[in-house]
Design a binder for this molecule. Structure first.
Ligand code: DQQ
Length: 544
């Protein structure tokens, strides 16, 4: 077996050494994509947080620049935590971020920084104006749970931002601050929105178009009847990012989710390891792009030994599904430039009950796989246990990849060792509609089951799962997986449900990693098309 220390990533953004977490202030400026991120310059565990900075022309090749923001003033002396960028009307970016201003507690205030030289497309140096901090926790705000300012939007003579907070013991809150001059900020008394979910970290609030097209709009497009709004919060307690789709009332400064139960029965960007994410509008390609952090799921001891921890997921384009009920996500098209020249595949291949088919002819430890399945019949689908109908993850924990079903589980085994002792399963499973659900539509579950991912038993290997809002009666469903040594990032049904897992095989490494299609359901399924590409390493891939 190979040591965990040799497992890295080939094309996912990661630091060559040390710890990274949240993506911060992604933006596009003068032909360059900028990514800042939370970074510990002194080690592979969280701490000593500064803003590292990398730039790219294509979202794939990255060059690390010098640290952009680090403790230097009273109001950020003990840490420069997460924040966002806003492109001002003159075209220059402004950053707002959280500063830790006391040594004894995480006393959180909001600061600003501006480029020292806006004619530098690389925005290498940032200066902090003397009037920092610009927002302090006043009026009963819990100063230790008050952080992560959003990108500002502009309407009716005012800029607005959100700051995430905790009210009382358990209420997640997004406070609105307004400013006429982007300098003096005052709080709107009532928050934009709140819910009994625990602390809201890294809120994100942005418009999406309702025309069913995949294009994005700038954050300040607030008043058109052609947009709805998305509010995303990162749940500190549960460590995942959830969102609702709804309406922004800019006169009352309130946001109302379309689904009244949305904050309770919420959607997630990703049902796996994906946190503290942030979007930005890319004017070059008129799209909205989502960045999210995926932490390691090995041990802290392993992280220290390997010298680094944390990656960023492949940036995803996000748009509103024509149904208006949820977002769609898809890896930015630029990642396809890494696909090798000789894809391999399967076509019209029936996979019978209990069968698995190996996809050969490629080195699949670092690969991009797209597959479409056809389901000849849904007759034999299992009945959904009403007790588990609300908990996809639990259901998948009970009905993992090896538990035979009616229709499914079927999908991919990725990062599989030659004798299959190790394998990560990414799959679907179809259920007849539960009797307590007012619909005849069958229910589709998507899972990532890493319980067999590694012979190394010293690892955290949760099964991840989410529902897929698709009409499977048409008999078709697709899956795409970006496999990258220790990452399996999967997109179900064209990006309706996404799951990122971190896995640490001990055998299925490099040339010893295999790829299979499997079917552990009673019903036959058909792979109408499978295409798998080896993925090249970007020429430049340098975190801090
Ligand atoms: N990470 C930052 C905070 C944020 C948290 C600190 C989310 O600003 O709330 O590194 O991961």
């Amino acid at each position: 077996p190979v040591s965990i220390l040799e497992l890295s990533t080939g094309y996912h953004f990661r630091p060559p050494k040390n710890w990274i977490n949240d993506p911060n202030a992604p933006l596009y400026y003068k032909g360059w994509y900028h990514l800042f991120y939370q970074y510990n310059p002194k080690g592979a565990v969280w701490g000593n947080i500064v803003w590292a900075h990398s730039v790219s022309r294509d979202l794939i090749n990255w060059v690390a620049l010098e640290t952009a923001i680090s403790p230097s003033i009273e109001s950020d002396k003990y840490g420069c935590w997460s924040g966002s960028a806003t492109i001002l009307p003159d075209g220059t970016p402004a950053i707002m971020y959280t500063g830790i201003s006391r040594p004894d507690i995480n006393y959180e205030v909001q600061n600003m920084a501006f480029p020292k030289n806006s004619s530098d497309p690389l925005l290498r140096e940032w200066v902090k104006p003397g009037h920092n901090p610009v927002i302090v926790p006043e009026g009963g705000i819990n100063a230790t749970q008050f952080r992560d300012p959003t990108t500002a939007w502009y309407a009716d003579g005012h800029w607005r931002i959100l700051v995430g907070a905790l009210s009382g013991a358990s209420r997640g809150v997004a406070y609105v601050y307004r400013s006429r001059d982007f300098r003096r900020w005052t709080r709107v008394r009532k928050p934009l929105h709140s819910a009994p979910t625990g602390m809201w970290e890294c809120p994100d609030f942005y418009p999406v178009t309702v025309d069913g097209r995949q294009s994005g709009v700038d954050t300040s497009v607030v008043s058109s009847p052609r947009v709805k709004h998305v509010l995303k919060n990162s749940l500190d307690l549960r460590r995942y990012d959830y969102y609702t789709v709804g309406t922004y009332d800019r006169v009352r400064e309130r946001y109302v989710p379309d689904n009244p139960a949305g904050d309770e029965h919420h959607l997630r960007y990703d049902y796996g390891n994906f946190y503290a994410s942030k979007t930005f509008y890319d004017p070059a390609k008129r799209r909205r792009i989502l960045w999210g952090w995926a932490n390691e799921s090995d041990t802290a001891v392993d992280d220290v030994a390997k010298g680094w921890a944390g990656i960023q997921a492949i940036p995803r384009k996000v748009w509103l599904d024509p149904s208006g009920r949820q977002l769609m996500q898809w890896p930015v098209e630029e990642v396809e430039a890494l696909r090798g020249e000789n894809p391999v595949g399967l076509k019209d291949r029936v996979v019978k009950r209990g069968e698995h088919v190996e996809v050969t002819g490629l080195q699949s430890a670092q690969a991009d796989v797209e597959v479409s399945f056809e389901l000849p019949s849904l007759e034999g689908a299992e009945t959904l246990d009403p007790a588990l109908a609300n908990d996809a993850q639990k259901l998948c924990g009970v009905k993992g990849a090896d538990v035979e079903g009616g229709v499914g589980p079927f999908g991919l085994w990725v990062l599989a060792s030659s004798k299959l002792e190790e394998r990560t399963a990414v799959f679907f499973r179809v259920f007849k509609a539960a009797r307590n659900i007012n619909s005849t539509k069958p229910v589709v579950l998507m899972c990532s089951d890493p319980t067999k991912a590694s012979l190394n038993t010293n690892l955290y290997h949760p099964t991840f799962a989410g529902w897929v809002d698709t009409d499977i009666r048409k008999g078709k469903i697709s899956l795409r997986s970006l496999i990258d040594r220790s990452v399996v990032e999967s997109f179900g049904a064209g990006g309706r449900t996404c799951i990122l897992s971190r896995v640490y095989p001990s055998l299925a490494i490099g040339k010893n990693a295999h790829l299979h299609v499997f079917n552990n359901g009673k019903a036959d399924i058909k792979v109408s098309q499978l295409t798998a590409w080896e993925m090249k390493k970007p020429a430049l891939m340098n975190g801090a």
